[in-house]
Design a protein. Structure first.
Length: 168
């Protein structure tokens, strides 16, 4: 076959080879983008769990540190009783949520005025407060597990109330 001077295009083989190279390169780029996106999503989920756990633990610490009369844990409820108020931090395993309730003591009747539950945290798979072994040391060890989109985070903290002998 002779080439003519007017043939300036690509042959079919050259076009097929160019398309194959483009497909391999674009496939590699797409796989890197998908891996980066998946990694980013995983890191964001873990960071959100850590922030939520830290926020809840800070709130629980603030309540326990300022305990005046008694701190006790029964079942899945952490109670902090002060002179004129009572706090209940309750874990509901079926809902995977932690709720917070503040009750004010009516000084005339010495009874509690119950308030509504307020949501503290979601995606909680476990919650516990160790106050039994802490007696005498006046410390409470609080532990919670959070899980979301197959990512999990465990937060543990030991809290020391300001007032002595409040752990029951």
């Amino acid at each position: 076959m002779r080439k003519r001077l007017g043939d300036k295009g690509f042959s079919l083989i050259e076009v097929i080879i160019a398309l194959a190279i483009i497909l391999v390169v674009s496939g590699s780029i797409i796989s890197f983008l998908l891996a980066g996106s998946s990694s980013y999503s995983s890191v964001i989920t873990t960071t959100d769990l850590q922030k939520e756990a830290q926020l809840v633990m800070n709130q629980i610490s603030d309540i326990v540190i300022s305990a005046e009369k008694e701190v006790r844990y029964a079942g899945s409820i952490l109670e902090v009783i002060n002179e004129n108020e009572k706090y209940e931090i309750s874990y509901v395993p079926a809902e995977k949520k932690i709720y917070y309730k503040k009750s004010v003591i009516d000084t005339m009747s010495r009874s509690f005025e119950l308030k509504e539950n307020v949501l503290m945290a979601e995606n909680v798979t476990a919650f516990s407060a160790d106050v039994i072994r802490a007696e005498g040391k006046n410390k409470i060890k609080v532990k919670m597990n959070l899980e979301n989109n197959s990512q999990s985070y465990v937060k543990e903290e030991t809290i020391t109330p300001r007032n002595e002998n409040v752990v029951k």
